[in-house]
Design a protein around this ligand. Structure first.
Ligand SMILES: Cc1cc2nc3c(=O)[nH]c(=O)nc-3n(C[C@H](O)[C@H](O)[C@H](O)COP(=O)(O)OP(=O)(O)OC[C@H]3O[C@@H](n4cnc5c(N)ncnc54)[C@H](O)[C@@H]3O)c2cc1C
Length: 445
């Protein structure tokens, strides 16, 4: 029996593990990547030692993660934390039953307490042509840059808005690959609408100043920005060659790499497979996770609040899991981070492109399910997401519905005049991730 299992070695998971070790527990922490750091600090350790020039590209906020990383690795080396890199959680049950797959093969067990710190993922952005080679998420491109150092080539076009596209555009410019154009879909940036939440911005002044700095840098770099774009379609037959959209007139822009982004949402699969409740947040237009007696959820996996909140919430989850009470300063810190996030959510609401998907647009890329097939399924089965899933296999491919179930809910809601929350998500089941027969065969239970 494992006392405390932490899943995810991003800021939330590392902070939870450090706090649990401080409280005298020896947590087991697993992460599917070969290095700790999660998304924001991905591959910071190896970049620091072997490729320090990359730190210039990713900026001061990336390098800042070194302190947390050092504290975490210090506890690992002192044998106060049992850290297992390249190890995936592929099954989680409500009672703490779990299964892992790592360098030593598959393993199943039971944990008295689990902290899920499995982070966020990019919200899918189904558009005509989004499955063409040459198209990827803004966050995915950034992770490629942080891990292998791969830079997008040719004419780079970004579709979307929010903090991450602004950050990546600047990182690409520093890396010598300035973006060719940024296309902001209609309704994706509402800086004026965020004015009532400006006090929230004041709650995290350093981040607010960084955001303004990124906008200023984009201005001074003269990056072409197209605002209020409608009817966006990625062009090309074998790969992306351009983007066509309407912004007063029809505009065609050449592109060799198209990076898309519609914000980030919690990675819900482990949470839902373990039967934890999820609650729809109108503010973030997505579901948030709640915990249980056995399973705590920390960081962006619970709700999208950013790195500082992830660190605080990891610490708070560890205290709860170890039977201790949360500190008042952490509670105050979370209140400040939530106020700041309200400002960001108002300034950059999600577009939810699935709501306006054309009949040919692919909603589920694993099983190649187009919007037209979902329309037909709705006629037969109504908007019951489980019935649509059974009829079309949407959500049954390798991503196990991580992406397409969000699009399915948005599309079904807009085609039936209901809300995304009313449609809901189909049931999520274990395994959370694809698992090989070889791994299963190694289990003795
Ligand atoms: C692609 C992407 C890029 C981002 N880049 C930035 C950035 O540059 N700057 C910024 O301020 N914010 C960025 N963010 C937001 C950032 O994720 C959060 O602010 C912060 O990192 C959240 O910390 P976390 O610990 O909650 O989750 P994460 O940092 O996401 O860490 C979660 C960890 O859990 C692991 N994991 C997930 N599922 C499993 C599983 N089943 N088994 C084992 N391990 C698992 C993941 O591999 C990851 O290492 C990014 C988000 C995404 C999705």
């Amino acid at each position: 029996m494992t006392d405390l299992l932490i899943v995810g070695a991003g800021p939330a998971g590392m902070s939870a593990a450090i706090e649990a070790a401080r409280l005298g527990k020896k947590p087991v922490i697993v992460d599917n990547r070969p290095e700790p750091g999660g998304n924001i600090y991905a591959f910071l350790g190896s970049n620091q030692t072997s490729r320090p020039h990359r730190l210039t590209i990713f900026g001061a906020d990336y390098a800042k993660g070194a302190k947390l990383l050092k504290a975490f690795m210090g506890e690992v080396e002192a044998d106060k934390i049992s850290y297992h890199p390249s190890t995936r959680l592929w099954r989680l049950d409500a009672d703490g039953g779990f299964a892992l797959d790592g360098p030593n093969g598959a393993e199943a067990g039971h944990a008295k307490k689990v902290i899920l710190a499995t982070g966020a993922q990019e919200r899918p952005m189904p558009l005509p042509g989004w499955t063409l080679p040459g198209v990827m998420g803004v966050g995915a491109a950034q992770i490629y840059m942080k891990s292998g150092g791969d830079l997008p080539t040719g004419k780079i076009v970004i579709i979307g808005t929010g903090p991450l596209p602004l950050l990546l555009a600047e990182q690409l410019a520093v890396a010598g690959r300035p973006v060719h154009a940024m296309i902001e879909p209609a309704g994706s940036s509402q800086l004026l609408a965020s004015v009532p939440e400006v006090m929230g911005a004041a709650a995290a002044p350093k981040i607010a100043v960084k955001g303004l700095g990124l906008l200023a840098k984009r201005f001074f770099r003269r990056t072409p920005v197209w605002r209020n774009a409608h009817d966006i379609a990625i062009q090309g037959t074998d790969r992306a060659t351009g983007v066509r959209f309407r912004s007063r007139k029809v505009v065609d822009i050449e592109a060799s790499t198209v990076l898309i982004h519609d914000g980030i949402v919690p990675n819900l699969n482990p949470i839902r497979a373990a039967d934890l409740d999820v609650i729809y947040s109108e503010q973030q237009q997505t579901w948030h996770a709640t915990g249980s007696e056995v399973i705590e959820v920390a960081g962006d996996g619970a709700s999208i609040l950013g790195v500082n909140a992830a660190i605080i919430s990891g610490r708070m989850a560890a205290r709860r899991a170890c039977g201790d009470i949360e500190s008042n300063s952490d509670r105050r810190g979370m209140t400040r981070q939530k106020a700041f996030r309200k400002f960001i959510d108002r300034a950059y609401p999600p577009i939810q492109t699935a709501k306006a998907a054309t009949s040919e647009t692919v909603l589920c890329r694993c099983e190649m399910v187009r919007a037209s097939a979902v329309t037909d399924a709705i006629e037969t089965h109504g908007t019951d997401p489980n019935a649509i899933k059974r009829a079309l296999r949407i959500g049954m491919g390798p991503c196990q519905g991580r992406l397409c179930t969000h699009s399915l809910a948005d599309f079904a809601a807009s085609s039936t005049n209901s809300t995304t929350d009313q449609v809901g998500l189909p049931r999520a089941r274990n395994p959370i991730l694809p698992v090989s027969f070889a791994a299963l065969a190694k289990l003795d239970q």
